[in-house]
Every structure is written in structure tokens, then in C-alpha cells.
Design a protein around this ligand. Structure first.
Ligand SMILES: Cc1cc2nc3c(=O)[nH]c(=O)nc-3n(C[C@H](O)[C@H](O)[C@H](O)COP(=O)(O)OP(=O)(O)OC[C@H]3O[C@@H](n4cnc5c(N)ncnc54)[C@H](O)[C@@H]3O)c2cc1C
Length: 420
């Protein structure tokens, strides 16, 4: 099987890179083993939210200078990072995704606990406030679903009340959910949405939400509606005549999955080939080039591509593997950033930044992976498999994935132009 570009991993990074390349006419394949971090994410995209001292970053591009030398943003330089961030915003819009926010200015989103967290882009249904400002409503109804454990309205309402918002706690009692409710392991956001998105159930939900909205300025629901029907939330708003907002739940995250589906749909529409449920097991090199890669489902038919992109994620997605005394990248055996002795991998206090979150693959200044210090000519490394940053503490996970994905795509496209 021959492609212009083979991408290993179909999360935010792999799909974004594939979309950009496919838009420019490249024949791309994405091989993706399993679910990506998006399935577990809030659906909001962080670019750079927090300094090491815990203070909130308002203008992320202005804060790039404060980052350490290993951070992927610093490796690529401010001009490229700023350009790729704007390109990412345009790419997401081309995928039919509607986000609030811009790279010029972070905002804060409401978390499932009702606290506010700085971020770059939020789905337009998510309640947001300016940095240093408050939510635009004085009275809200925070609505839970009876028996649904992945969102607790009491916690959210208590945190909102601390911010001066009068938050009442309500519950939905829709009989349509009784079937699911009998089995707690099935009573999850995505399954609930599959039921609520049905027109007959959405009409009943709209009536109930309109009733709950009567005495408040806005209604906050757990993100359990609108997975299949992106207009569902508009229907609820029209009936209520008030803002109806969604907050992410515990995984599976409807807002993250919806983002994944939109990216994947766009990649396929552009003619990309997506190979779900397959794993790249090994690669063969010829000199400093990746010549062939072999997958679990195609053990004897290698995939050959002029360029290969590694977007296999971090430990969470098996892009990095931790054994007792070593951390390694399993497909190419790429160099990883310096790893300290085992006792220093974690911090005993679980509330402080954990050193292992910064572990990852080393890349040269053009994001090519290296083996024994030598760059591989046609292998780019993007997204969470890269080391040198802490997506949780710094709040930069999605930003690094998008910026490095689009940067690698640009390098590949420029190289192809030069070769012609
Ligand atoms: C639980 C969780 C929640 C997060 N929430 C947020 C959030 O709310 N906002 C935010 O900005 N960031 C969040 N992040 C940070 C997140 O890392 C990035 O936002 C981003 O989604 C990472 O994308 P990625 O494509 O680099 O990696 P991933 O999303 O991890 O995707 C890697 C993909 O590669 C596949 N893969 C791995 N090895 C192979 C192989 N050998 N062959 C084929 N396929 C392979 C995996 O199955 C997976 O599908 C979160 C991270 C985690 C772990």
C-alpha cells in the first residue's frame, strides 16, 4: 500500500495534520489503534493557560517567552506558533465546528465542578466568562439527570454560588431514559444523547427545560445531548427562550467525541483513508529514511509512504511505554528527552505537577524524530508523544497537538514543492 503520507495515530494531532495535507491533495492514510484523548477531554482546547506559579495566562502568545527551551512552542518559534494557531482556528471552522475564543485572548470555561478554568477555544454551548470577569447570568438552574453519576449538579451549583451566582439544583425526570437507567454502566453521556437526540424525546426534553428556565437567566445541563444532532441545543434554546448551556461530564465526553467525529468526517470527505483499530507494530529503515511500516492487520503487506508522521499520543494512548526503569517509544525506538531516575518520575503529593507528564520524544528543530541523535529524514513527530511540556499544569495539550500537526504538514508540503 503506497501513500504520500502515512500518519500513525488518529487523535487531534494526526487528524489535523491529515486534514491539512489532504486539503492540499496529498494521499494520506491514518492508522489509528484506539480511542484518542479527545474521547476523554472537556472538548475545550487549551493553548497555554497557566504559568508554573499557578497564575492564569490571559494572552497566550505574549507568554511564549516564559516557557522553557524544550517546550515545542519554543522549539518552533513565536512566529510559526502564532501562524499555526490562527491556521488551526480556520481549519476547525472548515470542519463545521463552532468555537468561542481566539488565540489573542484566553477565556474561562465552566468545569463539571462549577469552577472556572482558562482555555483557548470552547464549544459554543459551554458557559464561559472573560479572564478576571464573571458569567453573564445572575440566576441559573443547574440540571442533573436522576441516576446519572458522571455529573453532580450539587457540586457545580455550590461552586457557582461561591462566585455569587444564584444556582438552583434541578433534575430531569424523562421516562425515555428509564431503560438506560436500569444499568448504571450503560447510563453514560453518549448513550443518553442517543436517546435524547431522537425527535420525540427531544421535544419532551425541550418542554422540561423550558419549564426549568422560567425563573432563571440560563439553564446548565450536562453534555448529554447533541451527539448526533448538532441542532439539538438550538431546539432547546428556542423553546426555553433563554440560554441553554452544556458542561462536560466525566468520560466518555460527548463534546470531545463530537470534535473527533467532525475532524474524522472532514478527513474522509477530503479523500483520506482512515484505518481504525489497526496498530503500527514496527518500521524498517533504509539509511535515515523510514522505508516501510507494518501493522497488526497487515503483517505481510507493508505501508510505504514518502513521509511518515508519528502522532501516537503519550502514555495514555501507548505512544510512550513505561517499564520499571525506562521510558521508550515503541514503533521506531526514537530518542526520548532525558528521563531522571525512577524515584523522580512522580511526586508523592498528587496535587503538584508530576514530572512524568513532561516525558516524551525528542525532535529536531523541524520536528523530525531522532535515533541515537541522528534525525530521520522523513519522520515527523507531533502532538502528545512529544516531550518537554506538561499539558495538565501548563494547560497546553490541544495547542501543542494542533500547532505541531499543522507545522509538520507545512514542512511536508514545502518539501514536496521543492522536490517538484
Ligand atoms: C484524559 C485526558 C484528557 C484531556 N483533556 C484535555 C482537554 O480538555 N483540553 C486540552 O486542551 N487537552 C486535553 N488533554 C491533552 C491531550 O493530550 C491533547 O489535547 C490532545 O488531544 C492529544 O492528541 P494527540 O493526537 O497528540 O494524541 P492522542 O489523542 O493520545 O491520540 C493518539 C492516537 O494514536 C493511537 N496510537 C498509539 N499508538 C499507535 C500505533 N502504534 N499505531 C496506531 N495508532 C496508535 C492511539 O490509539 C490514539 O488514538 C487531555 C489528555 C488526556 C489524557
Amino acid at each position: 500500500m503506497k501513500f504520500d503520507v502515512a500518519i500513525i495515530g488518529g487523535g487531534l494531532a494526526g487528524l489535523s495534520c491529515g486534514i491539512r495535507l489532504a486539503e492540499q491533495g496529498k494521499r494520506c492514510a491514518i492508522i489509528s489503534a484506539g480511542q484518542s484523548a479527545l474521547h476523554f477531554s472537556s472538548g475545550s482546547l487549551d493553548f497555554l493557560s497557566q504559568r508554573t506559579d499557578g497564575s492564569t495566562i490571559e494572552k497566550p502568545l505574549d507568554a511564549l517567552a516564559e516557557l522553557g527551551a524544550d517546550h515545542p512552542y519554543v522549539r518552533l518559534g513565536g512566529e510559526a506558533v502564532s501562524r499555526m494557531a490562527k491556521q488551526a482556528e480556520a481549519m476547525l471552522a472548515d470542519c463545521g465546528l463552532h468555537f468561542f475564543g481566539s488565540i489573542e485572548q484566553n477565556h474561562r470555561r465552566v468545569t463539571p465542578l462549577g469552577t472556572l478554568r482558562a482555555t483557548w477555544l470552547s464549544p459554543k454551548e459551554v458557559p464561559v466568562a472573560p479572564i478576571g470577569g464573571e458569567l453573564p447570568w445572575r440566576r441559573v438552574a443547574v440540571v442533573g439527570i436522576e441516576g446519572f453519576l458522571d455529573f453532580q449538579p450539587q457540586l457545580a451549583a455550590a461552586s457557582l454560588a461561591e462566585r455569587g451566582v444564584e444556582a438552583t439544583i434541578e433534575y430531569l425526570h424523562l421516562p425515555a431514559l428509564d431503560g438506560l437507567r436500569k444499568n448504571p454502566s450503560e447510563f453514560r453521556a453518549t448513550n443518553i444523547s442517543r436517546v435524547l437526540d431522537l425527535p420525540e424525546n427531544l421535544a419532551l426534553l425541550a418542554q422540561e427545560v423550558a419549564r426549568l428556565a422560567e425563573d432563571v437567566d440560563a439553564v446548565i445541563l450536562p453534555a448529554c445531548v447533541g451527539l448526533e444532532d448538532s441542532n439539538a441545543i438550538e431546539t432547546l434554546r428556542e423553546h426555553a427562550g433563554k440560554p441553554v448551556m452544556l458542561v462536560p461530564t466525566l468520560p466518555p465526553s460527548l463534546l470531545g467525541i463530537r470534535l473527533h467525529q467532525a475532524l474524522r468526517r472532514r478527513f474522509l470527505q477530503l479523500g483520506g483513508q482512515f484505518m481504525p483499530g489497526d496498530t503500527v507494530l514496527k518500521a524498517e529503515l533504509e539509511g535515515q529514511r523510514v522505508a516501510r511500516i507494518y501493522t497488526r492487520n497487515h503483517t505481510d503487506i507493508p505501508i510505504e509512504a514518502q513521509q511518515v508522521v508519528l502522532a501516537s499520543g503519550s502514555f495514555f494512548s501507548n505512544g510512550l511505554i513505561a517499564e520499571f526503569e525506562r521510558i521508550f517509544e515503541p514503533v521506531f525506538g526514537l530518542d526520548v528527552l532525558d528521563v531522571p531516575e525512577r524515584p523522580q518520575w512522580t511526586h508523592q503529593n498528587m496535587f503538584v505537577p508530576q514530572p512524568y507528564l513532561r516525558f516524551g520524544v525528542k525532535a529536531d528543530e523541524t520536528l523530525r524524530g531522532t535515533v541515537n541523535g541522528q534525525s530521520l529524514d522523513n519522520l515527523y513527530v507531533i502532538g502528545a508523544v512529544l516531550g518537554g511540556y506538561d499539558p495538565l499544569q501548563q494547560g497546553c495539550g490541544a495547542g501543542v497537538s494542533l500547532v505541531t500537526a499543522l507545522y509538520a504538514a507545512e514542512r511536508i508540503l514545502t518539501q514536496a514543492e521543492v522536490a517538484q
